[in-house]
Design a protein around this ligand. Structure first.
Ligand SMILES: Nc1ncnc2c1ncn2[C@@H]1O[C@H](COP(=O)(O)OP(=O)(O)OP(=O)(O)O)[C@@H](O)[C@H]1O
Ligand SMILES: [Mg+2]
Length: 503
């Protein structure tokens, strides 16, 4: 069998790793770089560009350059998150047939899974070039806070390019593997993963080769991009104040500002102030060129982004409470994700935990390394034995009368897991039972994510309330739900149809 590679499919950056001759390493791309920007574009000649090539031209071609698509995966077009994204990005979105999001780029429509597939394919090619052999199987990481629907979308993306996603694992869990394998540890670790797009926190007990997740939490819409956005908003407001011109409607100006915001933000992790200058960003109605000329200080950046850091801390606190854990009983704090390089993030956590974060993991590389180690453990001839015990990040349940959410699996329920509930008919002659399944922590289904509209058919008609059905919810080790139903009177498995599926 061919090699299984590990892939960190990030919001902003992706990366692959492999185990070769007993050593785990990142797959280098054209010499030195390990990271491939998660960007897809179509240029004016209709060529598809992925990764560095796409990033290089995004200032000039913002409408046809897709970035941060991971934030849209598995989302309904009507959701608030999609609404918020529409305001921030220059590429066009429209609703798809199944209430999903379609992207319009270069006069073509793309489903989100197709964009993920393009990026996965690029990473696969890079790995193939390096290994000199075909790559058909991968372990792919996703945010711990991804729903069933979002996980499905990653599997679908793999299928589109004949890349078998043999296992999906959670990013913080992968980071813990990178940190803990081969050290014979017995400790409780907190993984705080603040990347480009998402925030995850997981509490993981490591007992040598056993990695048991105690609790997890996160926010799919909290990451470096939001730190950039806070800076961008400040610069735009300042420009409007000075010149009375709103730059937010000018896509090329916006792309230049966005690009610079990230660079200045990164600079401010190692210096106290940095210039924020965009020459000739626009013109006055009289045709006079205008520049953005601003000096950003670290202090200002910290002020603007305090609410974001506060949100991560609130989530951390909830996850600690869910695990019944006190800060003083945490053995190690691991920081993962590029945005944790911001000094104030580290300082804040150091204060909360009463100790400095571990230096034992590389914030950009740990997730891919962990994925590769896990991939290696799944290979036939592997001598690496690992046990991952993970949890679901949000409750899974069904809709009851009045839109009430009835929990079947509570959040942080261990996976794999299966549960059966009893059901019956509610009118005479009924031959089908419908059920709407949701994932989320809100008491009303309207605030949760719809996973599917299931229809179980083939019941023998009879009086209302006479049928006896058993409906089984099965959550796989990857956090993916499968539903089935059995007619207890006949013992027969019923036909299951899903009416709303993933994007
Ligand atoms: N030195 C730095 N200081 C502050 N932020 C940084 C620094 N280096 C990188 N970042 C930020 O980290 C983010 C990228 O982190 P990372 O590569 O871990 O994310 P990702 O894996 O693409 O996203 P996610 O894990 O959320 O899907 C970007 O927003 C980037 O600006
Ligand atoms: Mg990441």
């Amino acid at each position: 069998m061919s090699k299984i590679i590990g892939i960190d499919l990030g919001t902003t950056n992706s990366c692959a790793a492999i185990v070769e001759n007993g050593a785990v390493k990142l797959v280098p791309y054209k010499g030195g770089e390990f990271i491939i920007p998660s960007i897809f574009a179509i240029d004016d000649k209709g060529n598809e560009l992925i990764g560095h090539e796409a990033k290089r031209q995004w200032q000039l071609n913002p409408r046809n350059t897709v970035y941060a698509a991971k934030r849209l995966v598995g989302r309904s077009y009507a959701s608030d998150i999609v609404g918020a994204m529409k305001k921030q990005v220059a590429y066009e979105m429209k609703p798809g047939e199944r209430n999903d999001v379609l992207l319009d780029i270069g006069h073509k429509s793309f489903r989100l899974a197709e964009i993920s597939a393009k990026i996965l394919n690029k990473i696969r090619q890079v790995a193939q070039d390096y290994l000199g052999e075909k790559v058909t199987r991968a372990v792919v990481t996703v945010p711990a806070y991804f729903t069933d629907r979002q996980r499905q979308a990653v599997k679908d993306a793999g299928k589109m390019i004949q890349l078998e996603v043999v296992r999906i694992i959670n990013e913080p869990t992968a980071a813990a593997l990178a940190y803990g394998i081969g050290k014979n540890l017995h400790e409780t670790t907190v993984i705080y993963d603040l990347g480009g797009g998402t925030f995850d926190v997981s509490i993981i007990e490591i007992r040598d080769r056993v990695f048991e997740v105690k609790a997890t939490g996160g926010d799919i819409f909290l990451g470096g991009l939001d730190f950039d956005q806070a800076m961008i908003q400040h610069v735009l407001d300042d420009f409007t104040k000075k010149h009375g011109i709103d730059l937010s409607t000018d896509p090329v100006a916006m792309q230049r500002i966005k690009d610079l915001a990230e660079r200045v933000k990164i600079d401010l992790s190692s210096r106290e102030s940095a210039p924020f200058s965009v020459p000739f960003v626009t013109m006055t109605p009289q045709g006079q060129p205008l520049n953005i000329d601003f000096t950003f200080t670290r202090k200002l950046l910290e002020e603007l982004t305090t609410p974001l850091v506060d949100r991560t801390v609130a989530i951390l606190e909830r996850v600690m409470a869910d695990a019944g854990l006190e800060y003083k009983n945490v053995d190690e704090l691991l920081l993962v994700g590029g945005q944790t390089r911001m000094p104030v993030v580290q300082k804040r956590l150091e204060k909360i935990f009463g100790k400095a974060p571990s230096k034992g993991v590389h914030p950009d590389e740990a997730v891919a390394i962990g994925a590769a180690l896990y991939a290696h453990s799944l290979e036939d001839n592997s001598d690496l034995r690992l046990q991952l015990l993970d949890v679901i990040p949000m409750a899974i349940g069904l809709e009851r009368a009045g839109g009430e959410f009835h929990t079947v699996f509570a959040r942080n329920a261990a996976i794999p897991n299966a549960k059966a509930i009893d059901a019956t008919t509610s009118y005479d002659g009924q031959t089908e039972v419908a059920m709407r399944i949701f994932q989320g922590d809100a008491p009303q289904v309207a605030q949760n994510e719809l996973l599917g509209d299931f229809l179980f058919s083939g019941l023998k008609p009879g009086p209302s309330g006479s049928a006896r059905l058993e409906i089984t919810f099965d959550v796989s080790i990857e956090g993916i739900l499968t539903m089935s139903a059995r007619d207890l009177d006949t013992g027969k498995q019923m036909k299951t149809t899903v009416r709303v599926t993933q994007s």
